[in-house]
Design a protein around this ligand. Structure first.
Ligand code: NAD
Length: 513
């Protein structure tokens, strides 16, 4: 065991030792759950899912608001645990918890209205009443990463619970103590045993959950693991929601407010030491304002402090081997002609990596193509916003993005092939609970947060109710010789004309137009 970093992963025998990336301190020891343990947890969850699913929305809301209260009651413990386990500053941990509370509140409040059964038009089957209703899946498996150990899994857990499901949660092996606190608070607040359960361990425990025939699996992590999870889930046709990595672009146009743009891009690339799936990992700045923008960025970045104390703007790198990857991206970029205008290869100081700003980057460099996941901001000069959009979209990822523009922001945002865009800000979409969160391409599919994020956790039921039989329009055998001409006449009248004029008044009434 090394003393200076996360050693989770070194002891695969049966115990998971959690050490702080800040100083190597042993923070706790948890079990490595086996396949049988995971199956038993899923079986217990099935029973609690029935009890929870049978409650009214009002009752579930009350319990979820108790859960929220419990998280607030234990906030100091939670903030401290996230700080020590993940290495982020206490302020960053507190901000994460605030987002969790905001999302939990939204999910609890919104589910009843959204998931009410609703009637839809019956089209030409006007003798039918047609209803869509929503039912909880049952048991949701949630597998989480380490970079936002509260916010990320709770993006699934809150919404899955609000929709009426039980949850079995496998946190990252690097941050299981933060996950344990989330589960403990749920268990303390909601008097339904095993409604939210924790299973801990490494990838094998996650793989066991992916194969455990849960009713849906919500995975957040890297794209390579996402592929393995999806393959395992496919064996049982378990539906999956995949929230994977990103290579977030930010576009700064000629008419952007450059102070806002510099402040946003710097925050977007360095928040949480750059370890965010929605980090700004590439900035594309239009020629006309490039020099001024870079000047502002450099001044701002030089004023930032990295470390573990209360004055630090961001903290440690959580995963030791990630540091090598970040260094490699920076090294390769410099070797291929990029210039470091702040920091450089000398910025790597053990667990703490000081900010690095690169210019003269080219689209083929790793730092512009692969997820860096570190405090590095590469800035590319582009001739126009048009070119910026083209280069931003030239990526296998498509998660978060940002546009800084006084005019035309919506238009540029709509053209970015990413799940989310903030205009004149970064990452704000993740903090707005009504907005769905998720990606395209290698960033995954499905959505957490928002109405779409609740709908991910329900199965949809369609009911067609025949109110009275209608000859020729019912689901029964009629007179075959008359049926063909009737159907042909109907098609011509209903759909053969150029407009509604061709439809007879009777049929018009039938289709409700
Ligand atoms: P990871 O893929 O290494 O691990 C994620 C989780 O999967 C962990 O709990 C791990 O134990 C588990 N796991 C590993 N192998 C498994 C397997 N075969 N089957 C099932 N589970 C398995 O990711 P990470 O390093 O913990 O997290 C960082 C990644 O997560 C980055 O790529 C980041 O962009 C991404 N991320 C995405 C979002 C999002 O919402 N899109 C949010 C946060 C992080």
């Amino acid at each position: 065991m090394t003393l200076t970093g996360h050693t989770a992963g070194t002891n695969k025998s049966g115990k998971l030792e959690v050490r702080s990336p800040l100083d190597g301190e042993l923070l706790g020891t948890l079990p490595v759950h086996s396949v049988d343990d995971v199956l038993a947890a899923v079986a217990r969850a099935r029973r609690s899912a029935e009890v929870w699913g049978a409650l009214s929305f009002k009752e579930r809301r009350a319990h979820l608001l108790d859960y929220r209260r419990e998280l607030v009651r234990r906030m100091d413990d939670i903030i401290d645990t996230v700080h020590r386990e993940n290495g982020k500053t206490r302020a960053d941990a507190a901000q994460e918890l605030l987002l969790v509370l905001n999302h939990l509140t939204h999910a609890a409040n919104r589910a009843a209205q959204l998931l009410k059964p609703r009637h839809v038009s019956s089209g030409i089957l006007a003798n039918y009443r047609s209803r869509v209703s929503y039912h909880p899946y049952g048991v949701i498996g949630v597998i989480g990463p380490w970079n936002y150990p509260l916010h990320t899994p709770m993006g699934s857990i809150s919404y899955a619970l609000a929709a009426g499901n039980a949850v079995v949660f496998k946190p990252s092996e690097l941050t299981p103590l933060s996950g344990k606190l989330l589960v403990e608070c749920a268990q303390a607040a909601i008097p339904i045993p095993d409604l939210v359960q924790l299973v801990t361990g490494y990838g094998d425990t996650g793989a066991a959950l992916a194969s455990a025939k849960v009713d849906k699996l919500a995975f957040t992590g890297s794209a390579p693991t996402g592929r393995r999870v999806m393959a395992a889930a496919a064996e049982n046709l378990t539906p999956v929601l995949l929230e994977l990595g990103g290579k977030g672009p930010a576009i700064v146009t000629a008419d952007a407010d450059l102070d806002r743009a510099a402040s946003g891009v710097v925050f977007g690339s360095l928040m949480n030491a750059g370890q965010a799936c929605i980090s700004t990992e590439r900035a594309f700045v239009v020629d006309a304002v490039y020099e001024e923008f870079v000047g502002k960025v450099v001044a701002l970045v030089r004023s930032l402090k990295v470390g573990r104390d209360e004055q630090a703007h961001y903290g440690a790198m959580t995963l030791e081997r990630q540091i090598d990857r970040v260094r490699e991206h920076v090294r390769e970029a410099i070797e291929q002609g990029a210039r470091a205008v702040v920091g450089g290869l000398e910025s790597f100081k053990g667990r703490f990596v000081e900010p690095i700003v690169l210019v003269d980057v080219t689209p083929t460099m790793k730092v512009m193509r692969e997820e860096t996941f570190g405090p590095v901001l590469p800035i590319a000069k582009v001739a126009s916003a048009e070119e910026a959009v083209r280069l931003a979209n030239d990526s296998s990822f498509g998660l978060g993005s940002a546009v800084f523009a006084r005019t035309g922001g919506y238009e540029l945002a709509e053209r970015l092939r990413t799940g989310m865009t903030s205009i004149n800000a970064v990452a704000a979409f993740a903090a707005i609970p009504g907005l769905p969160f998720g990606g395209v391409g290698e960033s995954g599919f499905g959505r957490i947060h928002g109405d779409e994020g609740i709908l991910e956790f329900v199965r949809v039921k369609a009911i067609a109710y025949e109110r009275f039989p209608l000859p020729g329009l019912g689901m029964a055998f009629g007179e075959p010789d008359k049926q063909l001409p009737q159907l042909k006449q109907m098609m011509s009248k209903l759909y053969g004309g150029s407009a509604i004029d061709g439809v007879s008044s009777v049929l018009r009434k039938l289709v409700g137009r």
